[in-house]
Design a protein around this ligand. Structure first.
Ligand code: ISJ
Length: 281
C-alpha cells in the first residue's frame, strides 16, 4: 500500500525532495504538492499520511501525530523567508490591522506572539491572498512566507522587512521550528515497516542534501527566479535539524501559543522511533 507524502511547494523543501526522488526508488510513495496550510488540512483529515507540516499543527492534534526525528525547517536567527513587510517601523504597529498570508499556520501565530506577548501590542489580523503592493494599500504591514516572501525580499527596496526568525531569536535566544515532519499515528500502526523505511530514507536524504546544495540549486526549478548562490545561501541559512535546542524552542513556542489561547494546551512532544532526537529529550 502506498504512503502518501505531502510536498511543500517552496524552495525550502527542494533539497530533501530532490534527493529523495534521485537516490531512492519511491515506488511505494505518492506525492501531493501544496502550500503548508493546505497540506496541514489534508494531514488532519487523513488524506495524506505524512508531510512537512506547520509546527503548530502538531499542537492542535497531538493525539493524531508523531514527529519524525532529526528533521525540521527551523531558524537559528534569520530564516529569510518568513517576513513582515511594513510601511512603518514595527514599533508603530500597535493597534493596526495586519495582513497575513493564507498559506501559513505557524508563522501567523508566531507573529501574534511577537506582537502581543513580546511587544505588548493589541492588533487585529486579517488573512489575505493579495500580493504585496495591493495588500499594503489595505494594511500597514503584510506577513508572507515561503517563496513569495523570498521573492519579494529580493526585489523590495522601499519597505521595512522584519525576519520573524530573527525577532524570535532576539526575544528568546532559542531556535524557532517552523515545520516538523508529522506522520499520522494510524499510518505508523498500520504500516510500521514502510514508515521505518521512509523515516530512514528522509534522514539519509537530508544528509546527502546538506553536502550537495550547489548541485541541487544548479538544476532546481527555482533557478527561473533565483540565482544559484542565493538559493545555496538560503538553504545554508535554514536549520533542517531537530536537536535538543530546537525542541526547547518548540516547547517555548507551544507555551506562548497556549498562554495566548492560540492552542488549547502545550502538548507533550512525541517523536517517532528510538532515534537520537528521542534520547535528547
Ligand atoms: C521557513 C518557512 O517555514 C515554513 C512555515 C510554515 C508556516 O508558517 O506554517 C510552514 C512550513 C514551512 O514552509 C517558510 O515557509 O518560509
Amino acid at each position: 500500500m502506498t504512503i502518501t507524502i505531502g510536498q511543500i511547494e517552496y524552495a525550502n523543501c527542494t533539497p530533501i525532495f530532490t534527493v529523495l526522488h534521485r537516490h531512492f526508488t519511491c515506488s511505494g510513495y505518492r506525492f501531493v504538492r501544496g502550500v503548508p496550510a493546505a497540506l496541514n488540512k489534508l494531514l488532519a483529515s487523513g488524506d495524506i499520511d505524512v508531510s512537512p507540516s506547520s509546527s503548530i499543527e502538531y499542537a492542535k492534534y497531538p493525539d493524531r501525530y508523531l514527529i519524525l526525528p532529526e528533521l525540521s525547517i527551523s531558524a537559528i536567527g534569520a530564516v529569510k523567508s518568513v517576513l513582515l513587510f511594513s510601511r512603518v517601523p514595527l514599533t508603530e504597529l500597535s493597534g493596526a490591522t495586519i495582513g497575513m498570508t493564507t498559506e501559513s499556520d505557524t508563522s501567523v501565530n508566531l507573529l501574534k506572539i511577537i506582537l502581543g506577548k513580546f511587544h505588548g501590542f493589541t492588533n487585529r489580523f486579517e488573512r489575505t491572498d493579495l500580493a504585496l503592493q495591493p495588500a499594503l494599500e489595505a494594511f500597514p504591514a503584510l506577513l508572507l512566507i515561503g517563496d513569495n516572501a523570498l521573492k519579494e525580499s529580493l526585489t523590495t527596496t522601499d519597505l521595512l522587512v522584519y525576519d520573524l526568525g530573527e525577532l524570535w531569536r532576539h526575544f528568546t535566544g532559542l531556535p524557532f521550528v517552523f515545520a516538523l515532519w508529522l506522520i499520522r499515528r494510524a499510518t505508523v500502526r498500520e504500516r510500521p515497516e514502510a514508515v521505518r523505511q521512509l523515516s530512514a530514507e528522509l534522514i539519509s536524504a537530508q544528509r546527502i542534501a546538506y553536502d550537495s546544495y550547489p548541485e541541487i540549486a544548479a538544476e532546481s526549478p527555482e533557478r527561473s527566479w533565483c540565482q544559484q548562490d542565493v538559493l545555496v545561501d538560503y538553504w545554508q541559512t535554514i536549520s533542517y535539524d531537530l536537536t535538543a535546542a530546537h525542541l526547547d524552542g518548540l516547547k517555548s513556542f507551544y507555551r506562548f501559543a497556549a498562554e495566548l489561547g492560540l492552542v488549547a494546551t502545550a502538548p507533550e512532544i512525541s517523536l517517532y522511533g528510538g532515534s537520537v532526537a528521542c534520547d535528547l529529550l
